[in-house]
Ligand binder design. Sequence first.
Ligand code: NDP
Length: 244
Amino acid sequence: MDLKDKVVLVTGSSRGIGLAIAKAFAQRGAKIVLNARKPIAPEVLAEFEQFATPVIDISADVTNPESVKDMIVQIIAQFGQLDVVVNNAGINKDGLLNRMSEDDFNAVLQTNLVGTFNVIRQALRPMYKRRSGCFINLASVVGLTGNIGQANYAASKAGIIGLTKSVAKEAALRNLRCNAIAPGMIDTQMTEALSEKRQEEIAQQIPLKRFGKIEEVAETAVFLAQNDYITGQVITVDGGLTMQ
Ligand code: NDP
């Protein structure tokens, strides 16, 4: 897919990986829809001026199907089409299983897995009509391996992998593609929550001995959008952490 003038929605793009993905697509001349629960900060919007491509911001909570439906309607009203959907919005509420509340388990499932489903379901109709486009879902290496203290997060990300493969099979009938990216440890607000000592310990377990950069995840999303013959895949971006 040539990304020039394509319409790209990136959920959860107010910061971190989502923002880097939105910038990587903007750099290729795509029209960008930014999203988070709250309006995107003016200084973040200003960072897109350098790309000279249309950028809109739609506040919507991916856990709310009505809010997601309105977002897709607004995108079609504004741009007339939707070509790439990056399901990036995600949260974590870590804790050991015996101390994990039902609320913390459900909240993570709702945002990460059900949120991804909500967006795909609403975006499918306009994308089916055009018989082109793709979905890119942010999973995680812990969705492949599991992790202590992350039962909710790992379950949500494993669910995203199953969802990705099912969408890939179903939507291929209308020439749509669906892939997942499974990042390892990436430098963002999510990983900054770990102590410096813990970050160093984890880095030592990674073959490349460092956390990944948000741009390294973003370039993977661009690659998956551009290559029209890749679907149903989970690409790990993890410095070798989970290689077999
Ligand atoms: P951040 O916490 O930095 O950003 C998360 C984004 O999602 C924010 O823009 C946030 O904005 C938005 N968001 C959260 N909940 C919702 C919601 N219900 N509806 C709409 N937007 C929402 O996360 P990262 O950049 O670190 O991670 C991005 C993705 O990559 C996530 O899916 C994460 O699980 C995954 N990932 C990250 C890794 C890492 O090392 N950082 C590793 C593996 C996977 P707001 O709160 O304002 O709504």
